[in-house]
Design a binder for this molecule. Structure first.
Ligand SMILES: *Cc1c(COP(=O)(O)O)cnc(C)c1O
Length: 360
């Protein structure tokens, strides 16, 4: 069977060029006589890989000098705990905006370590929009302010960032990192699990402003202390070596395409093709308010469960896979991360048009 167009929300599609390069290097990495998987993380060869991964990421995201880049494990879900364990130190209070399941889970985790102020929520309309924020509801003494930049399940994204003054802004960027330019200097911490838009599962990238690395609260596990990882160059213990290597290949691929700015133009084009069709279809419609639509995750419905199921089944048979929506939204969701080519989105829209005609 040929490769399919994989619209999975995560783990998701990787660039074919990256997979091919990894396949070539699988058994014997650049004449080392071993696979990257078999290398000591303390070896010169591996030091070069992780060093290259970090410098490529810094270049692609224009990460300022006063930020550290950490390659961690435990997924974005561990960051939900690690952020409060390291930042809830003064007032032990934090502001959270609830824009979906992941934001909810992040807030829940933080509430184990301090007081969570839910600044706003879009729960009333199944998270189909980003709530308008009123700065007078922000806690001036909060230790940080947390947002989920792109909401993977519901298909919304922030287009403007909250003005939080001296309170550090912390963001979960798991599903939009490297898809659009992000001004790192606006954030205290930006974190992302790799498996949506950056590489395979197993590595989580945390970009943290140096003044926020002051050690975790008393009693926190060593592995949950940013200072331990920063002081040891992400090598306090064995990092997810192979996942980091694949991320390095993804960063090289992205750089060769012209970087994040070039990718952003392609992503806008892809999203536009799909949204334009949804806006004009009499069968399918998008579930999110127009101004907050994600460029990465596009949920849509027909309004008829049987028709949704028929669509998903026939799409799969044609090589458009993983289009089933999240159980809390229903219908369909097409995740169109960086690795999804424009042709994949065009082909999906052609298939949707035909399905619409055939099922009138
Ligand atoms: C997938 C996802 C998570 C969970 O990531 P894990 O790596 O599985 O812990 C958290 N936040 C967002 C925005 C996600 O898309």
């Amino acid at each position: 069977m040929d490769r399919v167009y994989n619209f999975s929300a995560g783990p998701s599609m990787l660039p074919e060029a990256v997979l091919e390069k990894a396949a070539k290097q699988m058994v014997n990495y650049e004449g080392c006589g071993m696979s990257v998987m078999e290398m000591s993380h303390r070896s010169a060869d591996y030091e070069a890989i992780i060093g290259n991964a970090e410098s490529l990421l810094r270049e692609l995201m224009h990460i300022p000098e006063n930020y550290k880049v950490l390659f961690l494990q435990g997924g974005a879900s561990s960051q939900f705990a690690m952020v409060p364990l390291n930042l809830m130190k003064k007032s032990k209070k934090a502001d959270y905006v609830i824009t979906g399941q992941w934001a909810k889970k992040a807030a829940q985790e933080a509430s184990k370590f301090g007081t969570v102020n839910k600044v706003a929520s879009s729960d009333d309309k199944t998270f189909t929009y980003i709530p308008k924020l009123d700065p007078s509801t922000f806690d001036k003494d909060a230790d940080y302010f947390h947002i989920t930049l792109n909401n993977t399940i519901y298909g919304t994204r922030y287009t403007t960032l909250p003005e939080t003054g001296d309170v550090p802004l912390v963001a979960d960027a798991s599903s939009n990192i490297l898809s659009e330019p992000i001004d790192i200097s606006r954030f205290g911490i930006l974190y992302a699990g790799a498996q949506k838009n950056m590489g395979p599962a197993g590595v989580t990238v945390t970009i943290i402003r140096e003044d926020l690395i002051t050690g975790a609260i008393d009693g926190a596990p060593t592995m949950f202390d940013y200072k331990i990882h920063a002081d040891n160059g992400s090598m306090y213990n064995t990092p997810p070596t192979y996942s980091i290597y694949i991320c390095m290949l993804v960063y090289e691929w992205l750089k060769s395409l012209g970087g994040v700015e070039a990718m952003y133009a392609i992503n806008k084009e892809k999203a536009q093709i799909l949204y334009d069709y949804l806006d004009n279809s009499s069968m399918f419609k998008g579930t999110v308010v127009k101004e907050d639509r994600s460029l990465m995750n596009v949920p849509f419905v027909t309004g008829d469960d049987d028709l949704n199921a028929k669509f998903i089944k026939e799409a799969k048979a044609k090589g458009f896979v993983n289009l089933k929506g999240h159980r809390t939204v229903g219908g369909m969701r097409a995740s169109i991360y960086n690795a999804m080519p424009v042709e994949g989105v065009k082909a999906l829209v052609e298939f949707m048009k035909k399905f619409e005609t055939d099922n009138k």
